[in-house]
Design a protein around this ligand. Structure first.
Ligand code: GRF
Length: 197
């Protein structure tokens, strides 16, 4: 591994398909990054099995064991810093992070959201896009800021909304684009961190 390799952590809460796509990308020889850990806030997250099968270190920090958001975030922050993490990728991490946490990782905290931001921050994005009659929908990778699903956009990918789409069929097409968008965005961020763009 090259000494200029950026130490990455991926945070997830559920199925973990974005985490898997990122882990697969980071493992490529020409990507100057190293996946040092994944963290999930849910002991029942499906992604844990993906980590086990792939030999990826996964730390469970169950948010239900903490009295406050601040206490959970302090534990998360300490865990990441103890592993010398330099860049955090939230990938289906379904938990709001406190302003203090987010501000502690300036431009070192990325997120993926299943909509063409600034449209549809928050939940149920596919249903909301259908209800609005949108013809295009998609996903966004962005730098995180304390406001939910906000911050400078790095990559967006769009899909056409088709007649007869349901939230599930639309989600299936968007997630395919998510798996392309996040690795692409990560490459851009790594280049920026290396000062080559
Ligand atoms: C993705 O659509 C992500 O953008 C959203 O939740 C979903 C998580 O999927 N926040 P996965 O766990 O990465 O498979």
């Amino acid at each position: 591994m090259s000494c200029s390799s950026v130490k990455i952590a991926i945070l997830f809460s559920g199925r973990g398909s974005n985490m898997q796509a990122l882990a697969h990308h980071i493992a490529k020889a020409d990507v100057p990054a190293e996946l040092v850990m994944t963290v999930t806030n849910r002991p029942d997250a499906g992604g844990i099995e993906i980590c086990e099968a792939a030999g990826i270190a996964c730390t469970v920090i169950d948010h239900k064991s903490f009295d406050s958001r601040e206490a959970f975030d302090a534990k998360l922050d300490g865990t990441l810093r103890a592993a010398n993490v330099e860049l955090i990728c939230c990938a289906g991490f379904m938990r709001l992070l406190t302003e203090g946490f987010v501000n502690g990782w300036p431009d070192r905290l990325l997120n993926i959201h299943p909509s063409l931001l600034p449209k549809y921050q928050g939940l149920h994005t596919h249903k909301r896009a259908l209800e609005a009659g949108d013809k295009m929908h998609g996903c966004t990778v962005h730098y995180m800021r304390p406001e939910m699903d906000a911050g400078p956009i790095i990559v967006q990918k769009s899909v056409q909304v088709l007649d007869g789409d349901t939230p599930d069929t639309l989600a299936d097409r968007v997630i395919e684009q998510e798996h392309i968008a996040y690795p692409e965005a990560l490459d851009m961020v790594l280049k920026k961190m290396a000062g080559t763009t």
